[in-house]
Ligand binder design. Structure first.
Ligand code: SAM
Length: 268
């Protein structure tokens, strides 16, 4: 398989190209995604089509978004795939998923073995479109999945944790070893399922403010919040909201960050 990749495509590091080559793993991923006919399946970064081929065997058409024009052109020529995919030759960071959902006439099921170098900004981009997303199945660096599922008092708990769990239920599905890819990455990978909450558990009135508060607090995660959030809240105000000013940012729950956000909104 390695030979086939080399024959057709020299992997580009800048696009985070590590292609899945293990059919057993590919089958397990596809079965975890569980695509169904008449659903709007959208793949980010189809690459050489490892997942795409197996999904279009079960349902078609699907939409794929590929930034690398050479790979997109190869998919467009591939006899097993070409009639079964709508190809967007585009950076997924620039895709308006509201428009895509509107065009497809339904909500989206998004999946992809994401390029590691942009997985976090891409996840944040996808969160802008939560109302039109049914679910997300993402292959990520294992460390990133550890951050998605983390709880307070854990070293992996951070801004990505809070924003992800604000919007979604997070279900880690399987670990994938480096040898399942070519070229072999020097990190372990994990597949995770994100299901947007039907009802947001702790809704905030201003999501940008939540982002700003968590950014200020968790950039200095070991500092006491009386210091890291001192430019936004007085010690007295923190106490009034029910937050111990001597707590560190990494110990504060998502619910408390949402409380802080709504309290500040009400003062404006
Ligand atoms: N899905 C294939 C597989 O599993 O073998 C390829 C996965 S590879 C890790 C990531 C893919 O995402 C590559 O095809 C790469 O060109 C593409 N990609 C990288 N950055 C992208 C972006 N910003 N938008 C869309 N595709 C991107």
């Amino acid at each position: 398989m390695n030979k086939i990749i080399r024959q057709y495509h020299i992997p580009r590091k800048r696009y985070g190209q590590n292609f899945l080559i293990n059919q057993y793993i590919i089958d397990r991923i596809v079965s975890a995604i569980n695509p169904m006919q008449n659903q709007a399946m959208v793949e980010i970064g189809p690459g050489l089509g490892a997942l795409t081929k197996n999904i279009v065997n079960q349902i078609s058409p699907i939409t794929v978004i590929e930034i690398d024009r050479d790979l997109a052109d190869q998919l467009a020529r591939n006899p097993l795939i070409k009639k079964k995919v709508n190809i967007l030759k585009q950076d997924a960071m620039t895709v308006d998923f509201y428009k895509l959902s509107c065009r497809l006439g339904q909500m989206l099921r998004i999946f992809g073995n994401l390029p590691y170098n942009i997985s976090t900004p891409l996840i944040f981009h996808l969160f802008n479109y939560i109302p039109v997303i049914i679910d997300l199945h993402l292959m990520l660096q294992k460390e990133v999945v550890n951050r998605l599922v983390a709880t307070p008092n854990n070293k992996n708990y951070g801004r990505l944790t809070i924003m992800t769990q604000y919007y979604c239920q997070v279900i880690p599905l399987m670990e994938v070893p480096p040898k399942a890819f070519r070229p072999v990455p020097n990190v372990n990978s994990s597949l995770v399922r994100l299901i947007p909450h039907k009802i947001i558990p702790y809704p905030v009135k201003d999501i940008l403010l939540l982002r700003n508060i968590t950014k200020s607090a968790l950039n200095q995660r070991r500092k006491k919040v009386r210091n890291s959030l001192g430019h936004m809240f007085t010690t007295k105000q923190l106490t009034l909201i029910g937050i111990d000013p001597d707590q560190r940012a990494e110990n504060i729950s998502i619910e408390s960050y949402c409380k802080l956000t709504n309290w500040l909104c009400e003062q404006k």
